[in-house]
Design a protein around this ligand. Structure first.
Ligand SMILES: [Zn+2]
Length: 262
């Protein structure tokens, strides 16, 4: 599926080049898949101004009933060290935040809610993970960027609203064994039921599951959202902050792209 997306974009680009040559307007665009990383608040705000769907929404503000257990802000994760500073919230692009609000509202009618393990992940964090693990089975290859870097992927589980406890699932978060796969069946019936409930409600609101991680979901349009490398505090109150200091030392940079929502 992801390969199809990549090949599809290649074909579209080639068609564009052929059209450019035929029409005498050879494109100045890069002649390959180029990943543009936005690490300037100014450029981020420009994208938001052109398209409000690019806005990164503060999930705690947007969906106050969400529960957060942001593992990468603590040592309680697979690399055993905090990968970003302590934070009480995370962010997703506007369409993903809206979809997540729909999921949370639908679950509420069943006495259930969502607990968020991770959502937006600055690109620098993906690079740090790669330096530590360097295995694309477990972490996203930074050459490709990830759905988390684009603010359209979220790692989460279900909780019982009356107790605040997580519902039994096949594995814990970031378990990289086969038992975390969506199609793994050798499990207690209750875990299979809960996994299916989470997948069904996430799909209903437009998210796609990942085969190998029951907790990971992403909107299926990675090409619509550029990779971001901005710390969480630079995403706050988008219109008011003066970011001149960061504009002076930051910009965009290009590296090879191969979009993969992971
Ligand atoms: Zn994930």
């Amino acid at each position: 599926m992801r390969d199809n997306i990549i090949h599809g974009s290649n074909i579209l680009w080639m068609m564009g080049v052929i059209f450019s040559i035929l029409s005498g307007t050879v494109s100045a665009q890069p002649a390959d898949n180029t990943l543009q990383v936005i690490d300037s608040r100014k450029l981020y705000l420009e994208t938001v101004q052109k398209d409000s769907n690019q806005r990164m929404e503060d999930l705690r503000q947007r969906i106050p009933s969400l529960v957060f257990d942001l593992r990468y802000a603590t040592k309680d994760n697979f690399v055993k060290q905090p990968l970003y500073p302590a934070t009480r919230t995370s962010f997703l692009r506007l369409p993903a935040a809206k979809a997540l609000a729909g999921v949370q509202a639908a679950l509420k009618t069943q006495g259930l809610g969502l607990k968020i393990f991770d959502a937006y992940r600055p690109y620098g964090v993906t690079k740090k993970m790669w330096e530590i693990v360097h295995d694309s089975r477990y972490v996203a290859d930074p050459a490709k960027g990830s759905g988390h870097n684009r603010g359209i992927a979220v790692d989460l589980t279900l909780i019982d609203l009356s107790t605040g406890k997580e519902l039994p699932m096949p594995t814990g978060f970031d378990n990289f064994s086969d038992s975390a796969h969506q199609d793994f069946r050798d499990l207690p019936e209750e875990s299979i039921r809960n996994r299916l409930l989470l997948k069904t409600v996430m799909e209903k609101y437009g998210f796609e599951p990942l085969k190998t991680e029951w907790w990971h979901f992403s909107l299926p349009q990675p090409g619509d959202f550029k990779v971001l490398d901005l710390p969480f505090d630079e995403l706050d109150s988008q219109d008011t902050r003066n970011s001149q200091d960061t504009q002076n030392r930051r910009g965009t940079r290009d590296i090879r792209d191969n979009p993969k929502p992971q």
